[in-house]
Design a binder for this molecule. Structure first.
Ligand SMILES: [Zn+2]
Length: 318
């Protein structure tokens, strides 16, 4: 009798743990959009991360070559990554061979482990190494495990890349040519963009915000401007940003972000130089060129203030 009970218990244990580790169902539906003959993306929902969007607020892309698939960014939860993999499998039976990470921010990297388990190789810029195990990374993961439970849980990990790239890298797969450019530090230290040459598609990560005022945050706008100039020089036909819809006018979009950042720097730089307090400088700046753009009410004041502080510290170069 005792033996029978013991066996029953043994049987129950794996059942329980399977239930515990099985992925919750993805309620959010998304479908890949084809932008060029080989290049696709999925578009995250607008707005900040929340249980309503299950962390689906960033984009990911993929390129189908004759020899396999290259994925750009992995979305914000392992469950979303699995959904992306299922969608890719509807388009091609070829394996996902390579995953490129634009930068180590939670909404782009929490799906990495699912691609890794499939056998894909992960590449990122070497500056991303600083993020692995950092206080910032651990705090962010804790926050998302609470906010995005059960989609982000104790099994969710931040993985290092299999290959840390030290600079710009070009490679070929299945007849397509790819260029990876390190354009950080701008939005992050390790920002990396990917150009698919035959398709003239640029996957730009979070460096570009299409048709709206960007969030500057703590980014260094001087370096960001340099990065934007590099992207403008690539003259892509299509651009897939880290958030929002793909663009068929990338050079125009890049110039809008560049012009905005450089306008804020000029206005705040002048104020710092003349010892004008921030409040007064902000009120006296003519914002009409940008005030009708989406995100202006939410972002502009903070952008101006951060730039003001930055320019105080960097000695007025603008
Ligand atoms: Zn980011």
């Amino acid at each position: 009798m005792f033996r029978l009970l013991f066996l029953t218990c043994l049987c129950a244990v794996p059942l329980l743990s399977i239930a515990e580790i099985s992925s919750p169902i993805v309620a959010i539906e998304f479908e890949p959009v084809k932008v060029a003959p080989h290049s696709y993306y999925v578009q995250g929902q607008a707005g900040a991360v929340s249980p309503d969007n299950q962390g689906f607020m960033s984009n990911a892309g993929f390129v189908v070559t004759k020899a396999g698939v290259v994925v750009f960014d992995t979305l914000g939860t392992p469950v979303l990554a699995q959904k992306l993999i299922d969608e890719i499998a509807k388009i091609t039976k070829l394996p996902i061979k390579l995953v490129i990470i634009s930068h180590y921010h939670a909404d782009h990297i929490y799906g990495m482990q699912v691609f890794k388990a499939l056998g894909a190789e992960i590449w990122a810029h070497a500056d991303g190494q600083q993020y692995i195990g950092s206080t910032e990374a651990l705090a962010r993961l804790d926050q998302r495990r609470v906010m995005l439970n059960p989609w982000v849980d104790k099994n969710t990990q931040v993985l290092p890349a299999d290959k840390w790239l030290s600079g710009d890298t070009a490679f070929e797969m299945g007849g397509l040519h790819f260029e990876l450019q390190h354009v950080g530090p701008a939005h992050s230290q390790e920002d990396m963009v990917m150009l698919v040459k035959e398709d003239s598609v640029l996957y730009s990560g979070d460096l570009v915000f299409k048709g709206r005022v960007p969030f500057v945050g703590n980014a260094d706008s001087r370096l960001w401007l340099q990065a934007l100039e590099k992207l403008i020089a690539l003259t892509p036909k299509y651009m897939i940003p880290g958030h929002g819809a793909a663009s068929t006018t990338p050079v125009e979009d890049l110039k809008l972000t560049r012009n905005y950042l450089s306008y804020v720097r000029q206005a705040m730089g002048k104020a710092v130089k003349n010892f004008v307090p921030f409040e007064e400088a902000y009120a006296n700046t003519d914002w009409t060129l940008y005030s009708k753009l989406p995100a202006f009410p939410d972002a502009n004041r903070a952008n101006a203030y951060n730039t003001y502080l930055l320019m105080e510290s960097e000695g007025l170069e603008y």
